[in-house]
Write a protein that binds this ligand. Structure first.
Ligand SMILES: *[C@@H]1O[C@H](CO)[C@@H](O)[C@H](O)[C@H]1NC(C)=O
Ligand SMILES: *[C@@H]1O[C@H](CO)[C@@H](O)[C@H](O)[C@H]1NC(C)=O
Length: 785
């Protein structure tokens, strides 16, 4: 997934970088986009790309295209069949090209179109061919013209349009009544800048209820233009008039306001208004007229300089209208009306309004809605006391200011206030000690809150509480909050490990948004996750916006998919498991010891390893000098069978690698036994003694043992090997053989195992003990010198 996203954004970026360039065809290089990415595109901006020709192949990659902007290119002809497979295409802007004709027969291919902008091309006339009637979904049509003839729009006569845009800057000729064929809610006209007779045209602006006039321009004497507008207004039946891109002297604008005052116009909007002279106050009677709502936006220059006694903005504050908007105009002030106004709504957004606004202003008794979004307000106490005189105020938006809490004395808010938006300010926790008590909606998102204190519990009517993008580390305690609370937003805070209880306390809240927090996915979070799953219907954004932030390796994993094992989270289970495992292991070891004699095996292997190690270290040639046998065997006659049947065959194995000195075979007849014994021991590398109760009884055996122990080479204490064939109780050993007792006590001996299975290891071990490189010498020469 991350890869896919990565390429998507990469391509997206690439696309935008390329679109920024204006060098012909490579403005947008389609080859760089993978099909997978392009298929998801619904919107394509190819404006300013110097495109001269459209090809079907260009758009084939974007089968889901809905919005296509090809404005400001160099297209001369247009064949809509290029889009025959783009049935989703809705908005198509091809304004500011060089089109001369439209291939009308291909209009059927864009039958689903709702927005079509053909303005500012090189069409000779505005006649719309009969195929336009196919475009039954059309709501917006943009055209421009140098001449308009009587029946140009006849083929659209039955279409109910929303907006028709007509760029008529260069209009030379207009045939009266032509526009009457259009049926549209809004007509937007860029007024002609030519010297033609405009009367027939203006008379036809009465076709819509909303009229927008653009490009109203004059420098000094503007009587003509004001007269024109007067004519248009008087003739039309518009209820909403919008004037945009207006450049006229201040008094011209005031005059337009005045002539609009008692007409059909209820809503007047002046957008992008620059005045060419100084602003000044003029006393004009703006007592109640038709206009209910006035909007003035983007005023240039944005400083209302004034030379007269009264501030020019008093013109507006004295007006008897319901709603006034003045935004994006850098206003630093707005005067308190000199008499009780009928203002219901004042919107002074995106200005430079400061704390002194409406201080002690008692003339706004009807004001219901105040919007000071994005200004430079600072002290919340000033704003609170400002509202205290506004008995009808229900809605206050002071979002996007620099407000901080500075309450020292009792806080005074208008008690009528229901909706308060203080988002994106510098509000701290003390806000909860001073809030209008009847609030229903409180937006405190984007502030510096670290906790929600009990003050919130006084808001008994609170329905919606917005606390997103703060510094909250816990879910606020909902249990004492208003019982009417239906919406709580605590997204994008720093809640790491929310407790299950905190969430359950908010159970009565119908919609809770708590996602996009930095959740720490550990065992403690499990009960929260379970509660969250139970409450998922009211938990908006579950599960997608609830993801782990820590630990790093779980980042991005949805809480829903976080399932730590029961074992890793429960300390009792964990301890139990460890103890249990140990017990089982112990029992197993005991069982092995008991049934399979494990210690014996371990001992044998240990001995074997030790021998191997010693052989490696001491197997020097010198020690081997004069040796003819690997081992001499001493045993009691009673154990004869064991020695000849098992011991010798198993050691010698018939491969001559080990030679055993066996008295029956290797003693020299005629020699004294003692001599034989001594010689044999000395010629052997090791001496093996087969110990058993019988051995203890045998005198000879004792001799042999004695000699072996004292032999010249006996310094190497390792050359004695004792095999305990049968256990010998200590009492069996006669006292005179204290030597044997001592040997048996201090030397380790090899026990002959009774179990057949162990025999193999026993023999291997024994062979290893006596293995050595005996110099291969001829017996005849060496034996018995
Ligand atoms: C004026 O504002 C009030 C309150 O916001 C609103 O209810 C009313 O519809 C508005 N009137 C007009 C004419 O826009
Ligand atoms: C508060 O104002 C902001 C704009 O500053 C807006 O996005 C938000 O939706 C408003 N809050 C409410 C509850 O309407």
């Amino acid at each position: 997934m991350p890869d896919k996203h990565h390429t998507f954004w990469l391509n997206f970026l690439l696309l935008h970088v390329m679109m920024a360039s204006v060098t012909g065809e490579d403005c947008f290089d389609h080859r760089t986009l993978s099909d997978k990415v392009s298929i998801s595109y619904t919107k394509l901006d190819l404006s300013h790309c110097n495109i001269t020709r459209l090809q079907q192949s260009t758009f084939r990659k974007y089968p889901n295209l809905q919005i296509l902007d090809l404005s400001y290119n160099a297209l001369e002809e247009l064949d809509f069949s290029v889009f025959q497979f783009h049935t989703a295409l809705r908005k198509f802007d091809i304004s500011h090209n060089k089109l001369r004709t439209i291939n009308c027969s291909t209009l059927q291919y864009i039958r689903g179109i709702t927005h079509l902008n053909l303005s500012y091309n090189h069409f000779k006339n505005t006649f719309l061919c009969k195929e336009f009637a196919i475009l039954t979904k059309l709501r917006y049509l943009g055209l421009s013209a140098t001449r308009i003839d009587r029946y140009d729009f006849v083929n659209l006569a039955h279409q109910e349009l929303e907006t028709v845009f007509l760029g008529l800057e260069h209009l030379q000729q207009y045939e009266s009544g032509s526009l009457q064929l259009l049926d549209t809610e809004k007509l937007h006209v860029v007024l002609p800048q030519t010297s033609m007779n405009t009367t027939p045209l203006y008379n036809d602006f009465n076709i819509s209820t909303t009229l927008e006039l653009s490009h109203i321009l004059c420098e000094e004497t503007c009587d003509l233009i004001v007269e024109d507008i007067d004519k248009i207004i008087q003739k039309s039946k518009v209820s909403k008039l919008i004037l945009s891109n207006v450049t006229i002297p201040w008094h011209g604008m005031v005059k337009i306001l005045y002539i609009s005052w008692r007409t059909t116009i209820e809503y007047l909007s002046i957008n992008r208004f620059s005045y060419t002279t100084r602003s000044f106050y003029d006393h004009i009677d703006f007592s109640p007229g038709s206009i209910k709502s006035l909007t003035i936006e983007n005023v240039i220059p944005q400083d209302f300089l004034f030379s007269s006694r009264k501030h020019p903005l008093n013109i507006f504050s004295e007006m008897f209208i319901e709603n006034l908007t003045m935004s994006h105009s850098e206003l630093s002030h707005f005067p308190c009306p000199p008499w009780p106004s009928i203002f219901q709504s004042l919107k002074l957004t995106n200005n430079k309004i400061t704390d002194v606004i409406f201080t002690k202003c008692k003339t706004l008794p009807n004001i219901q809605s105040l919007d000071f979004q994005n200004n430079v307000l600072e002290r919340l106490s000033s704003i609170a006391s400002m509202t205290s005189t506004m008995k009808s105020l229900k809605y206050l938006d002071v979002s996007g200011n620099r407000l901080y809490c500075d309450f020292r004395t009792a806080c005074q808010w208008s008690q009528s206030l229901l909706i308060l938006n203080i988002s994106r300010n510098k509000i701290s926790d003390s806000i909860f000690n001073c809030l209008p008590t009847n609030l229903e909606v409180l937006d405190l998102s984007g502030n510096q809150l670290s906790s929600v204190n009990n003050g919130i519990n006084h808001l008994k009517a609170l329905k919606e509480l917005y606390l997103s993008s703060n510094q909250l580390s816990h879910i606020p305690d909902c249990s004492h909050m208003s019982k009417n609370l239906i919406y709580l937003n605590i997204e994008e805070n720093i809640i790491h490990s929310p407790a299950k209880e905190q969430l359950s306390k908010c159970q009565h809240v119908k919609r809770i948004m708590a996602g996009k927090n930095k959740f720490q996915c550990n065992c403690e979070l499990r009960s929260f996750i379970r509660t969250a799953e139970d409450l998922h219907e009211s938990l908006i954004g579950w599960p997608h916006s609830f993801t782990c932030e820590y630990p790093q390796d779980l980042k991005g994993v949805m809480l829903k998919d976080f399932h730590p094992s029961e074992i890793s989270c429960n300390i009792f289970i964990l301890v139990g498991l460890i103890v249990g495992t140990m017990v089982v292991l112990l029992v197993f070891i005991l069982f092995l010891c008991k049934c399979y004699d494990l210690p014996w095996y371990i001992k044998m292997i240990f001995q074997w390893l030790r021998r191997k190690y010693r052989i490696r270290n001491n197997n020097n040639e010198e020690a081997m000098m004069g040796k003819s046998f690997h081992a001499f065997i001493s045993y009691s006659q009673q154990d004869y069978e064991w020695v000849t049947d098992l011991l010798i065959p198993n050691l010698e194995k018939g491969d001559n690698s080990i030679k055993i000195c066996h008295h029956i075979r290797d003693f020299i007849p005629g020699k004294a036994i003692i001599e034989n014994i001594i010689e044999s021991i000395e010629k052997s590398y090791k001496s093996i003694f087969v110990l058993s109760p019988n051995f203890v009884q045998s005198e000879w055996c004792h001799y042999e043992l004695y000699f072996a122990q004292h032999s010249l080479l006996g310094k190497n204490s390792d050359h004695l090997i004792l095999i305990l064939l049968e256990p010998i109780p200590q009492y069996l050993i006669p006292n005179k053989y204290s030597k044997l007792k001592a040997i048996m006590k201090h030397r380790t001996y090899m026990e002959w195992p009774k179990e057949k299975g162990k025999h193999g290891l026993f023999w291997a071990n024994l062979r290893e003990a006596i293995k050595a490189n005996i110099p291969l010498e001829d017996d005849d020469i060496y034996v018995f010198n």
